[in-house]
Design a protein around this ligand. Sequence first.
Ligand SMILES: Cc1cc2nc3c(=O)[nH]c(=O)nc-3n(C[C@H](O)[C@H](O)[C@H](O)COP(=O)(O)O)c2cc1C
Length: 221
Amino acid sequence: MIPAEDLQCLKVIALRGGCKNPVFVSSQTIGEMLACSQQTASRRLKGLESRGLITRTIAADGQHVTITSNGEEELRKEYQDLCRIFSECDKGYILSGTVVSGIGEGKYYMSLEPYKQQFRTHLGFEPYPGTLNIRLPSSVLPVRKKIDSLGWIRIKGFSTDGRTFGDAKCLPCRIGDVPCGIVVPGRTHYPEDIIEVIAPVALRRKFGVEDTDTVTVEVGQ
Ligand SMILES: Cc1cc2nc3c(=O)[nH]c(=O)nc-3n(C[C@H](O)[C@H](O)[C@H](O)COP(=O)(O)O)c2cc1C
């Protein structure tokens, strides 16, 4: 494995086409691209050359640099690592937390037909009247933040009998093999570390869980 700064140097040369053809660069240009001094860039190029990762033809005001097949191999290894990282991400986001009781308001809101009808349309199931509240430990909060940028579905608020009901947003997810949805009501009283999950079944009964038990919600593939 080569030092990260050498890999970075190979990468900027490769981005200019150096895997295929010689590219003309000055050590000053490389220094600017790597955010280091010209002297450091020059040392790095020499180092890459002496380890057989690039070849150089020195000119008056710079050099023609070509990445060798060994240099290309180092970049490929990095590429494969990155592919692994991003295909792991495709496996989905995991939100594990503990079941907590609310005051039962979720049941009321989930019984209102205009909300139910939108969940049916968007999630493809008749939601059980109730929400399962899950408290996420602080280690999982970065995951909770990340899923904010996924494709949440807007659930529109409505007015009836002189009362207004607010918008909510919903994200399809799973608990085990049960298709579920994370619901975030616009007017929720809950802090960020509590998520509310809806499902076609009573999740507590289905999984035999009660307060303080751990539940794992998966979002994504
Ligand atoms: C689909 C849906 C819509 C909601 N709309 C409102 C609302 O308009 N106004 C409001 O104060 N709370 C609304 N809430 C949030 C609830 O007041 C509350 O935060 C939550 O559902 C707590 O339920 P729990 O007591 O069962 O834990 C809504 C909840 C859900 C699930």
